[in-house]
Structures are given as C-alpha cells and as structure tokens.
Design a binder for this molecule. Structure first.
Ligand code: HEM
Length: 411
C-alpha cells in the first residue's frame, strides 16, 4: 500500500479527499495528497491518483503504461453494431505493435509549416468573427458561451474542411464538444451512451467528407491526410476518418477549457491583466503561466501493462492511474510560490500537454489559438470588466470541475 497518512485517520482522509476534490477548488486536497500520499489509491473509483510533478512527467512517458483503454481490467469493448466501432478506440492511443505512432506520423506529415500557416490565417478569421460583436457591448457577456466556447470547434472544423458557416459547422462543433468525454474512462452508462452516439455521428459525418475529398481534393487537412496516407483504398479512408475524429475529440474541449480558465484567471488578477495590457510582448509567457496556473484539463489516464511499485504503492497490470497535471503544476518542488499567478514566471517543464511519445500533437496550434484569443480579448474587454462571481455556473462536482458560464460585466 501507499504511504500511511499520519495526520488524519484513513476514513476521514478519504472523506476529505472526496469533498476536497469535488469542491470548486480541489487545490488544497491535491496539495495534501502530494505531500502525504503521492500515489494514492482512491477506493471508491478503483484508481491510483498521482500528484507529484516528477512522477506525473515520468509516468506520461513510461513504457509500462499506455493511454490505450483496452489495457484496462474494467474495459468494456463496444458493441460491434456498426462500421464506426473501431473509431471508439482513439488511433492516437493505439500502442500495439505496428500501430504505435502511426496516426502521429500521418498527422505530422500533414502539419507542414505551410499547413500551419494556413491554419493561423483561418484561426484569425474565426477569432475576429466571434470577437467583433463584443467590442461595443457594455452589458453582461458570457465569455464562455459567446467567445471561448465556439472558437476552438470552429477552428478545427475550418482546418478539417467542414464547410464554413451554416448548419454543418454548428452541428460539427456540437459533436466535437460531445465526443471529448470519450477520453474519460469513468463515465456513467448514460453519459457513455450519449458520448458514443455523438462519436458515431461525427464519424459518419467525417466519412462523408473524406469520400468527397477523395474525389475532389481541396486546401484542407482531410485532403492533406489523404495525400500523405497515399492511394485511396477503403482502409486509407477509414484511417483518415479515425485520425480526424481523434483530433477533434482531443483538441476541441481542452482548448475551450484553457481559454475560459485563462480569461477567468486574468480577470481575477487585475494587476496581471494590467501588466499584459501594458506589454503585449508578454503574451507567449502569459499563456504558459496561465496553462500552469489553471488549464482546466486537470488529469489524464494511463493503464498499467505490468506490475510495478512506486513510492510503496503496488500497481497491478490492468489498473488505471490518473496523472494529475493540476497537482503537478502546483508542486512547490518545481514552481516557487505555485499559488501565485505571475505572468513573468516562464514556468518550465509544464505537463499540461503530456510528455514523451504521446505529447499533444496540437500543442503549438493550441498555444497559437490561446495567444490569439487572449490577445483579442484584451482589445474588447473594457478596463473595468469584472467577473460576476456569484453567477458563474460550475458543473456539479468532480475532479474536472468545469465552468458552465463565465458572466462578465462589461459596463
Ligand atoms: C490547451 C489545449 C490542449 C491541451 C491542454 C491538450 C492536452 C493534451 C494532453 C495532456 C495530451 C497527452 C495525452 C496523453 O499523454 O495521454 C494530448 C494529446 C493529444 N492532443 Fe492535445 N491538448 C490541447 C489541444 C489540442 C489540439 C488543438 C489538438 C489538435 C488539433 C490536440 C490533439 C491531440 C492529439 C491528437 C493527442 C494524442 C497524441 C498521442 O496520443 O500521440 N490537442 N493533448
């Protein structure tokens, strides 16, 4: 078992953990765990919870672990009722021989500097489109609903090649948001069903688009992916479909979360906001520090491929480990005064995008998007803008406690 906790009886500690991690600010509970029980067995969930920066970073890249949920002892294979079944398995997570890194290689080949430059231009259009109506507003604006939320889904749909504007784009964005839950291994049956349904629809939509691009290539990611995958057999289409669905599912919501939390943190730290307004060159550093301070995406799963021991915890093959990036980013061993937002900090070794062979493929895209979104927000946020704290809506509870609204008084 993991290290004993001296200060509190185990039951109290678990209750505390449950309450602490379900609170709006799970930070103090994470701090306690990191110091007292860095590889903590959460009995109620049947998972190991890892909180130290050095462990989180190392385990992201540890070959004894995989992000592939098929290695989990509680994995339930999806009913093979339709052709979409293989896309429930994210191709980026497939570590099996011959497949490991395959999806990454195909995407990297399509993300050439030219393609990324094309993306930045499209991103600019999208950010400006959603920012324009906010410039003259002086009432209460929900920055989540009106700004942070629609942008990443729209950016990824434009990059992918979904026709701009209209019902298709709206539907795609909606599906993109819903499929993100598929990365969470612990979901209620109901949520799992709804997520699977969204994945099915997304896959069907992308498949249609992929066949269209096969016939008539355009300047978009699907066309590029088809080209780098070579040829045009049925399998290539399915590969591309899986990759695009995987990109959408992993890339959209994480960016929404980071942008929302970034805006929230800035508005709650007027001195730092003023600093950034006074020196826009600080924007790249500001994004790094905001990602450290509160990125919204708080943890990632890993599944054990072998038995091993860590800080006295006996991890068994098939078990689920939760790597807490939120706890790692508050680890005082790495970040001095971690609770202080300091846009000049230049935090090193962030784990917000993971580490090692599965490091986020979209990291530079996400960073560019966040810089653009936050920079544009500085233009439309009036000097006296303030968050209406009492009216912020949060998801009910849970580790990844999400904001459901970010009401800001512009007047
Ligand atoms: C702030 C925004 C983002 C955050 C915080 C984030 C975070 C992460 C993390 C932590 C991982 C590592 C997963 C692991 O090791 O299991 C990851 C992987 C991945 N991300 Fe992101 N991501 C973001 C944006 C994006 C975007 C915009 C895209 C694509 C357009 C994207 C595509 C991917 C893909 C495809 C993987 C899987 C890589 C692999 O397993 O080889 N991400 N992301």
């Amino acid at each position: 078992m993991s290290e004993r906790i001296e200060a509190q009886p185990a039951d109290d500690f678990l209750a505390d953990l449950r309450l602490g991690l379900a609170a709006h600010d799970p930070g103090p509970a994470l701090d306690r765990l990191r110091e007292r029980d860095p590889v903590h067995w959460v009995e109620q969930l049947g998972v190991w919870f890892v909180t130290r920066h050095a462990d989180v970073r190392r385990l992201f890249a540890d070959p004894r672990l995989t992000p592939d949920p098929r290695a989990w002892e509680r994995h339930r294979a999806q009913a093979a009722s339709d052709g979409a079944v293989r896309h429930f398995e994210n191709p980026f997570h497939d570590d099996s021989p011959g497949q490991a890194g395959r999806a990454r290689r195909i995407v990297s080949a399509a993300l050439t500097p030219r393609a990324v430059a094309r993306m930045e231009a499209r991103m600019r259009e999208v950010v400006d489109h959603f920012a324009a109506p906010l410039r003259e507003r002086r009432d209460v604006v929900d920055l989540l609903d009106e700004f942070a939320s629609p942008i990443p889904g729209t950016v990824i749909s434009r990059i992918t090649g979904v026709p701009a504007k209209g019902a298709d784009e709206d539907r795609f964005r909606e599906l993109a948001r819903k499929t993100v839950r598929s990365v969470n291994p612990i979901l209620s049956d109901d949520k799992r069903r709804r997520t699977d349904q969204a994945t099915r629809e997304l896959v069907a939509y992308v498949r249609g688009l992929t066949f269209e691009r096969l016939m008539q290539p355009r300047e978009d990611l699907i066309s590029d992916l088809l080209q780098v995958s070579e040829g045009g057999s049925g399998d290539v289409v399915e590969d591309v479909v899986g990759i695009v669905a995987g990109l959408v599912a992993t890339g959209t919501e994480a960016t929404v979360l980071a942008a929302t939390r970034g805006l929230y943190a800035l508005l709650r730290h007027p001195d730092q906001l003023a600093l950034l307004r006074a020196d826009r060159a600080l924007l790249p550093d500001a994004v790094e520090e905001l990602l450290r301070f509160d990125a919204g995406l708080t943890e990632m799963p890993r599944f054990a491929l072998a038995d091993f021991e860590l800080h006295g915890a006996k991890i068994r093959k098939g078990q689920l480990l939760v790597l807490s990036m939120a706890a790692a980013h508050r680890d005082p061993r790495v970040y001095a005064e971690p609770l202080r937002l300091d846009l000049r900090r230049r935090p090193r070794d962030l784990v917000v995008f993971g580490f090692g062979p599965h490091y986020c493929i979209g990291a530079s895209l996400a960073r560019a998007e966040l810089r653009m979104m936050l920079g544009t927000a500085l233009d439309f946020l009036p000097p006296g803008a303030r968050v209406l704290e009492d009216e912020v809506r949060w998801s009910a509870k849970g580790l990844a406690n999400r904001m459901k609204s970010l009401p800001v008084a512009f007047g």
